[in-house]
Design a protein around this ligand. Structure first.
Ligand SMILES: Cc1cc2nc3c(=O)[nH]c(=O)nc-3n(C[C@H](O)[C@H](O)[C@H](O)COP(=O)(O)OP(=O)(O)OC[C@H]3O[C@@H](n4cnc5c(N)ncnc54)[C@H](O)[C@@H]3O)c2cc1C
Length: 372
């Protein structure tokens, strides 16, 4: 009999797992809290690395579709000094496919394809240990039983407590996100500043990063070191108040950089949390985690890639029909933990250097990782 597999969360990790299982003809139940795919804005753009997110899409049979949708030119990166001087202006070769960008909404739709996701199924608790299977409890409706429950439910996973007591902690760095619509026609100067990819400006313990998305949109992130309650007394829902606060915080920076904040529409507060580097847990039969639920790390281009690769690898392991499913999951976990620990170290150190007391650190990091 085929095992009953539940995937909690229809993010990049959960959907890749489900899509690869589907490709192998293995049934899977995807449970997602959002009431529909478009219930909230899908977010910005993701760069998918050749040996990670792109490899996962290959395992899902979706690499050609990705190539058609993605933006290789989005890999371009410009770095400015706070006075507006261009310090680096890196553009990819036309055939550069190392890290093309794709909008999250496009990636989600690509992965969704024929999948039958159960939307509006918010999970409250996962309870292993019964002989009949692992029980999944919902915000409404009766609990259901599965042979394997995969928590792909992100940073604040409700699956994680079934295997680990650990919760994310604040890095000391906050991001406030805003966006520009129809940037090429409404803000041509800012469109030129951002270019085809991203522009980043690093100051003392703060940064402004703007990134082009598809369809003439751009996302702008103001990042700074601050206590978690930095906004005490500030109404985060009041866009004008947040804008004024940010303009004061970045006072003295070049006018075009401040314009990125001045013209932003709404502001979203995203304090950066992480799980401890090398987060592991004693194996629990019938339950595992992947993606941010397992190894939340700073948003420096690894999280979605790891989540997708893990989803694809776990799906292949399950679809191979191992005699001992639990042994296959154990092997998956060992591999995931080792790889994620390496990336957690890299991205943790990266965040320290990008939002640091010495802005030269950010430039040095760029020179270290950027292809010539
Ligand atoms: C600003 C920013 C930029 C980033 N850029 C990149 C990048 O360029 N490249 C990259 O690789 N990574 C990037 N990341 C990181 C990346 O977004 C995450 O690592 C990735 O989304 C993790 O995927 P996931 O599937 O594990 O979880 P998520 O994307 O968080 O998806 C989890 C899903 O689970 C659902 N869910 C949550 N709780 C429940 C519940 N109780 N019941 C049911 N469903 C639930 C959620 O609604 C969601 O759909 C970025 C992150 C940020 C914040």
């Amino acid at each position: 009999m085929r095992q009953r597999i539940a995937v909690i969360g229809a993010g990049p990790g959960g959907l890749t797992l489900a899509r690869v299982l589907h490709r192998h003809g293995h049934p899977v139940t995807v449970l997602e809290r959002d009431p529909s795919p478009d219930a909230r804005p899908p977010g910005g753009t993701l760069d998918l690395h050749e040996g990670m997110g792109q490899l996962a899409l290959e395992k899902a049979g979706l690499l050609a579709e990705f190539a058609a949708l993605s933006r290789p030119e989005g890999q371009a990166m410009r770095i400015l000094d706070t006075d507006g001087t261009v310090l680096r202006d890196w553009r990819p070769r036309p055939d550069e496919q190392a890290n093309p960008e794709i909008d999250r909404g496009q990636l989600r739709d690509l992965l969704l394809g024929p999948l039958d996701v159960r939307w509006g199924k918010g999970v409250t608790e996962v309870v292993p240990g019964s002989r009949d299977g692992v029980a999944v409890h919902f915000e409404d409706g009766r609990p259901e039983l599965f042979d394997l429950v995969v928590g792909a439910d992100g940073a604040w996973s409700r699956t994680r407590p079934a295997v680990s007591p650990v919760t994310p902690h604040y890095t000391g760095v906050t991001a406030v996100e805003t966006s520009l619509d129809r940037v090429d026609t409404r803000h041509p100067d800012l469109a030129r500043l951002i270019g085809d990819g991203a522009v980043a400006v690093y100051g003392v313990n703060r940064a402004v990063v703007a990134q082009r998305n598809g369809g003439g949109h751009a996302k702008v992130y103001a990042q700074f070191r601050a206590p978690l309650d930095w906004h005490a007394g500030l109404d985060l829902a009041d866009a004008e108040a947040v804008r004024a606060h940010l303009l004061a915080r970045f006072d003295g920076w070049a006018a075009p950089v401040l314009d990125l904040l001045r013209h932003g529409a709404a502001f979203v507060h995203r304090p950066l949390h992480v799980l401890p580097v090398a987060h592991t847990w004693p194996h629990v039969p019938g339950v595992t985690l992947l993606g941010d639920a397992a190894h939340l790390m700073p948003p420096l281009g690894a999280g979605a890639n790891l989540a997708m690769l893990e989803g694809a690898e776990l799906a292949e392991a399950v679809a191979a029909g191992p005699e001992d499913l639990d042994e296959a999951v154990r092997a998956f976990e060992e591999r995931m933990w080792a790889r994620a620990a390496r990336w957690a170290k890299i991205t943790g150190a990266g965040l320290e250097r990008l939002v640091s007391a010495d802005p030269a650190e950010a430039l040095a990091l760029f020179d270290q990782v950027q292809p010539a």
